[in-house]
Structure formats: C-alpha cells, structure tokens
Design a binder for this molecule. Structure first.
Ligand SMILES: C[S@@+](CC[C@H](N)C(=O)[O-])C[C@H]1O[C@@H](n2cnc3c(N)ncnc32)[C@H](O)[C@@H]1O
Length: 276
C-alpha cells in the first residue's frame, strides 16, 4: 500500500517549523495580492488544508477580519503550536486533526479552500484535489501552492546546483511516490476536473524581492530537514546534499549573488452548476 505521508518525519521536525515561518515571510507579501482577487463574502468560510503551524491560516484570518478559517493537519504538534500562537483569533480560527484524503466535512462548505506547500509531498494529489473541490461551494475558489523543484535557480560555484536539482527531486519523488514537479502538473488535473477560471501565477522568491536572510533561512531549514532523506532516497549522499545546500545558502547571502525560487500559485473556481 502506498504510504500516504512519506514525509511524515520531515513534516514534524523542528526544521519544518522554522522553514514554514521563513517561507510565509518570503511568500505572503506577494501571495496576498493574488488572494485579494477572489470575490468572497466578508464573512467567508475558509479552509486551510494541511495548515501546518498555521502560518497561512492566521494570515487569512487577519486579512478577512469577519471570516471563519478552519485549519486542518495530521501533525498534532503543529496544531497545538498553531492554537497557542493564534489564541487571540480563536473565535474565528480553529485547528483540527483531519486528513486531506478524507475530510469529515460536508460538501460545499467553504467559499475559499487553500492548500499551501502540501501537494508535492503526498501521493495521489488528484484524489486530494477532488476532496478539496468537494468541500468548496459551487462558485467558490481553490488557492493552491503546488511546489515544483524544477523552478529553483542558483549560480554555479565549485558545485553546479543544476545537477542537484536535476537528479535529487526526480529520484526522491519516484522513491516516495510523490510528484516534486506538481507545480506544472496541477493545471491539467484541474482542467480534467472541469474547474473554471484556472489561473497560474508566480510568487518570485529571489534575492532582489525577498531579504537575503529570509531566503537563506528557507534553504537552511531544507538542508537541516532533508539532507538525510536525500542521502537515503537519491544518488546524492547526505554529505554531498549538505555541501550543495551550503553553497546555495552562500550564493543567497553573497551581496552580489542572485538566486530565485519560482513558486507557482494556482487558482480555480468550482463550476456554479457542479452537482454535489
Ligand atoms: C510543508 S507543510 C505546509 C504547511 C502550511 N500549509 C504552510 O503553508 O505553512 C505541509 C503540511 O501538510 C501536512 N500534511 C501532510 N499530509 C497530510 C494529510 N494527509 N492531511 C492533512 N495534512 C497533511 C503536514 O503535516 C504539514 O504540516
């Protein structure tokens, strides 16, 4: 049977908590402009599927001060952290243990369903997208950040980071039954589901738009959490993965260096005539 959570250890690690914080600081300032496009009611019901420590859920609750936001995840430690961090928003922001593969939520419950940084880490993303569409009301929106590890670019040093990104994600994905290039594949899945108004935009995390220390913190968290499983699942050894990450982090910190992570933000609307 396929492991439905092949990154369970990495997701629950301390480095993930750091990484999610840095990712949200890097991505949200551009992402929020994309979210503002959605025509949702002031008292909208919003789902954050795979909410982790609540980085996205809390920002959504602050952005829509009359909305109700439900964050769901399967890592209890993240949910506990989210509840205590955002206790002041508890009247409108709840966190619950649920799996995105089988939501205990009625059809057509949400005006906006958000799923950030999850789809690349699980098998069967099409099943999960079906479940997310099911709980979204006709005319409601899906807002997805499906990562794509072919969309990161760094400068050469003694190592060529293109080798790392070419070999690593493909091997990691085939070993864990996941698609680490889901960013480019979500459009087709949504089109096959007959979703409306499918849009693909990009948040550009680069050394011009994002503080170098914030961008570097993301790569440091990835190094600390993923060097070991990269050593296990790919032809790149743990030591070699650390060396690649260290060089990419130095590239980001170099005041004359340039590096970029293109982050796909994919949105769609559930058709108004969709039967339940
Ligand atoms: C990289 S984190 C992203 C967290 C959050 N969305 C954010 O943007 O900060 C991915 C999250 O997906 C969660 N996850 C993985 N499989 C899941 C499942 N089957 N159901 C619910 N959450 C899941 C993990 O526990 C983890 O917290």
């Amino acid at each position: 049977m396929t492991d439905l959570n092949p990154q369970a250890k990495q997701m629950a690690d301390e480095s993930m908590v750091r990484g999610l914080d840095a990712q949200a600081r890097a991505i949200w300032p551009q992402e929020v402009e994309l979210i503002r496009r959605y025509a949702i009611p002031a008292d909208a019901r919003i789902l954050d599927a795979g909410c982790g420590t609540g980085e996205g859920s809390s920002r959504l609750a602050e952005l829509f001060p009359r909305a109700h936001v439900a964050g769901i995840d399967i890592v209890d430690h993240h949910l506990d952290l989210a509840r205590s961090r955002y206790a002041s928003l508890a009247a409108r922001l709840t966190f619950e243990h649920q799996s995105i593969f089988e939501l205990h939520i009625p059809d057509r419950s949400f005006d906006l369903t958000v799923c950030r940084h999850v789809l690349h880490s699980i098998p069967h993303p099409d099943r999960v997208l079906g479940e997310l569409a099911r709980v979204t009301r006709p005319g409601g929106y899906l807002h997805l950040i499906p990562e794509d590890y072919g969309m990161l670019h760094f400068q050469n040093g003694s190592l060529d980071p293109r080798d790392f990104w070419h070999v690593g994600p493909a091997a990691f994905g085939s070993k864990t039954g996941t698609d680490l290039f889901i960013g480019r594949n979500v459009y087709g899945i949504l089109a096959a589901m007959k979703m409306n108004e499918i849009a693909v935009n990009y948040v550009v995390v680069d050394t011009v738009r994002v503080p170098r220390e914030t961008f570097a913190a993301i790569l440091e968290a990835w190094r600390d959490g993923y060097a070991e499983p990269i050593g296990e699942h790919t032809p790149i050894s743990r030591e070699s993965a650390v060396a690649y990450f260290d060089q990419m982090i130095a590239n980001i910190r170099d005041p004359h260096g340039y590096a970029v992570w293109m982050v796909p933000v994919v949105s769609a609307r559930v058709p108004s005539d969709r039967s339940a």
